[in-house]
Design a protein around this ligand. Structure first.
Ligand SMILES: [Fe+2]
Ligand SMILES: [Fe+2]
Length: 155
């Protein structure tokens, strides 16, 4: 199965949620919205797991990745509430995601620990480690405008 198909299969309720409409309006890195970033990260997580033949819970891997930056504000806008965005946004994302979706312990760990090692809480599951790596690869590519790991978002 292609990564995009898997992400759409397991994450359609998330992708079509009103929270994701907010993510579409908020920029993440460079010209990439938080929504597109999250979709790409979920696809890359799935691809890495497939390539390395990792025994992971693929549905949780995709859902945790889609929601990892579910903080729902534009961090480029100057505002006291997100002054420490780099450190605080995983917790904000987890609180928002818990309100809107039913999350299991893998998905919660993925969201909360995805900024490791900037945040010192150590990932507990393989899925969280895959997310940490994928998120950093995409952050670099998006910031530098490198057109690799861009997946086909048919929406
Ligand atoms: Fe993040
Ligand atoms: Fe991210």
């Amino acid at each position: 199965m292609k990564a995009e198909e898997a992400v759409n299969l397991y994450g359609m309720d998330i992708i079509s949620s009103s929270g994701m409409d907010i993510e579409k309006e908020c920029m993440q890195h460079g010209r990439t919205s938080v929504f597109v970033h999250s979709f790409n990260v979920a696809c890359l997580c799935f691809s890495i797991a497939e390539k390395l033949n990792l025994k992971v819970d693929k549905k949780s891997l995709i859902r945790g990745a889609l929601l990892h930056d579910y903080f729902l504000y534009d961090w480029h806008v100057n505002d006291k509430s997100h002054k420490w965005h780099g450190f605080t946004h995983p917790k904000t994302a987890l609180i928002n995601a818990t309100k809107d979706f039913e999350l299991n312990s893998i998905e919660k760990d993925m969201i909360l620990k995805h900024m490791f090692p900037l945040n010192l809480s150590v990932p507990r599951y393989k899925e969280s480690v895959v997310l940490c790596i994928s998120d950093k690869i995409l952050a670099i590519c998006e910031t530098l405008g490198i057109k690799r790991f861009r997946y086909d978002l048919k929406r």
